[in-house]
Write a protein that binds this ligand. Structure first.
Ligand code: HEM
Length: 570
């Protein structure tokens, strides 16, 4: 080779070499960017860069030992089965870390409770996030050949309906017009409790709060009182769509759906269906009853809305807006709204129960909340929607209820693509279960995690020498809260007290998060504020959390209501 040719070859090799170095540098930058995403939360294992460059395989994920075919089913059943799922999973996380794999009765699932890894699950979700729908519900829909509401939808259908509902239910200005109606329904319940049960225990509190949740959602959807709280003597509803017997059917059927789904929890639903077991028949009958009653309710509402709009009245209700702005097909309106009632009743009512339980065991917290209410309403105690913006302590109460007893203790996702989670490449399609219950009770994120401390959500708590609870910030939920304008900024908090954005996610995250969260939060604030302002109450019994599709009290809460007079005379 001539010296010139050899020079050119060396120059070319140098260029290739330099180019490779540039590529390597870029690659390293990409790796560190994804490392940022990989950062585990406080007090979890540091991520080793090698794990990102050379991810471990799915099979290498820490896993729970099981037996052939049944996997971990025997141990799962021995530890209380479905009802105790939240505790079972938390124990597993304590043994195996923030991410693990488990084969439960032939189903391979990945469990996550580390906020850094939770963030990665959501950061990698695609355009149409998919969650797990209980098999029994899928089979039921298939057998009955029915299309259901938002929770059951997928792909483009889900996205287009979700966009409509986002506009009508999640925009900050969507809830404000309903403050007064939510207040009216809350007044009705408070009056009923303080006059009927004064110095007594509220009988069947679960049913009473179901009625409140359905009535509250009803006034927003239909612009009319439904009459689910009609037993109250304070303000009988002007319009009642339902006869009492129809209401009872609807309430007990919604309640039944969750109970029967849970009963099917440990028995394969497909087998129960094939064998026509009583548990399957009961499940189908309750679903039939609930959907029929819900559809009837929406149909009444549709007629009334159309009449009002034809008379030239302004649109006030969610249904009016559906008809006026969205031009939706009647059958789609019916299935969307019917399923909203099903999604709302259990979740909102049981969060109210947990909040009352915690308050009823912490009289000092009730007193603090009462003082806050008095100062927000300038001593009048008459609460309107706008007052709720200046009640951060009360907001902390509800957050504590959702942290300690999240009604939806698990979020689920089917991975849209191969995803790096905790240094392991988890294949596309894998079902991931996120345990919000476990994360909410982890001392690494919430000091004294089992303690009810609404103060932990207030910046001021860090300045209070008597407060043993460190503060944590409000990052994930402040954006979701209709009253976030009153929350203090995170900048004032020290890094050590900063809460990981994915450590508190009671309503889920991202485009598939809870569509009803603003409604639920507003209704809950309203009810608690009015109850605290007008009564005193104690939780008589101690309860634990058990799973009945949602996290419910292990036995009915016995809430003793003291007369309103006692509060005012103090
Ligand atoms: C305290 C009360 C509530 C809690 C804690 C709660 C929690 C949740 C959670 C965790 C999810 C799943 C989010 C995800 O996968 O990322 C969800 C979904 C959903 N929630 Fe709620 N929820 C509550 C109240 C409501 C209410 C009042 C409604 C209706 C007005 C509602 C309607 C729905 C619907 C339709 C979905 C499915 C959304 C979709 O698939 O796009 N929820 N909720």
């Amino acid at each position: 080779m001539s010296s010139k040719a050899s020079f050119l070859l060396r120059r070319q090799l140098r260029r290739i070499n330099n180019h490779q170095k540039v590529l390597q540098r870029r690659h390293r930058a990409t790796i560190s960017a994804s490392l940022e995403d990989m950062q585990p939360s406080i007090a979890t294992e540091p991520v080793i860069p090698d794990l990102v460059r050379h991810p471990k395989s799915y099979k290498q994920l820490p896993s729970a030992k099981g037996v052939p075919l049944l996997g971990t089913l025997p141990e799962f059943l021995a530890q209380g089965g479905v009802e105790n799922l939240h505790k079972y999973i938390t124990k597993r996380h304590q043994e195996l870390g923030g991410i693990f794999r488990e084969n439960l009765a032939g189903k391979d699932l990945v469990y996550v409770s580390d906020p850094g890894i939770i963030r990665n699950v959501f950061a990698n979700e695609g355009q149409y996030p998919k969650h797990i729908i209980p098999e029994a519900w899928l089979l039921y829909n298939q057998d009955r050949k029915i299309n259901r509401g938002l929770f059951f939808m997928e792909d483009e259908e889900w996205q287009s309906n979700r966009r409509i509902l986002n506009r009508l239910m999640l925009r900050p200005d969507a809830i404000r017009p309903h403050f007064a109606s939510f207040g009216e329904v809350a007044d009705c319940l408070v009056h009923h409790w303080t006059t009927s049960y004064s110095d007594n225990i509220v009988p069947n509190i679960e049913k009473e709060l179901y009625r409140w949740a359905i009535e509250s959602l009803g006034v927003m959807i239909f612009g009319n009182r439904l009459g689910f709280l009609s037993q109250s003597r304070s303000s009988p509803p002007k319009t009642s769509y339902f006869r009492t017997s129809e209401m009872e059917t609807f309430i007990s059927a919604i309640h039944g759906i969750f109970k029967e789904t849970c009963a099917l929890g440990t028995f394969p639903p497909a087998l129960a269906r094939t064998l026509k077991l009583p548990v399957w028949t009961r499940f189908v009958e309750t679903c039939d009853r609930a959907l029929a009653a819900g559809q009837k309710l929406v149909l009444y509402g549709l007629e009334s809305s159309k009449e009002r709009l034809q008379r030239g009245e302004e649109p006030v209700s969610l249904l009016d807006h559906f008809i006026m702005r969205e031009q939706m097909r009647q059958e789609d309106v019916i299935r969307l709204l019917t399923d909203l009632f099903l999604a709302a009743a259990d979740t909102t009512s049981h969060t109210a129960i947990w909040s009352l339980y915690l308050l009823g065991r912490h009289p000092q917290a009730v007193e603090k909340a009462r003082q806050e209410i008095q100062s927000a309403t300038e001593g009048s105690g008459t609460i309107s929607g706008e007052h709720l913006f200046s009640m951060p302590y009360l907001k902390g109460v509800i957050k504590e209820a959702l942290r300690l007893y999240p009604v939806a203790p698990f979020l689920t996702r089917a991975l849209d693509k191969d995803t790096l989670l905790g240094g392991h490449m988890v294949p596309r399609g894998t079902m991931v279960i996120i345990s919000a219950y476990t994360t909410g009770r982890n001392a690494a994120h919430f000091p004294n995690p089992h303690q009810f401390a609404p103060e932990r959500w207030l910046r001021e708590a860090s300045d209070n020498a008597n407060d043993s609870i460190s503060t944590v910030s409000d990052t994930s939920s402040s954006s979701s809260c209709p009253f976030s304008s009153s929350s203090k900024s995170n900048e004032a908090r020290t890094p050590s007290t900063r809460l990981h954005s994915h450590a508190f996610i009671p309503f889920g995250v991202g485009s598939r998060s809870c569509i009803g969260r603003r409604i639920a939060e507003t209704q809950l604030y309203m009810l608690l504020a009015k109850l605290i302002a007008n009564s005193d109450f104690q939780s008589v019994n101690e309860v634990d959390m058990t799973m009945r599709m949602v996290g419910v009290t292990s036995e009915p809460l016995q809430l003793r209501i003291n007369s309103a007079k006692n509060v005012k005379n103090r």
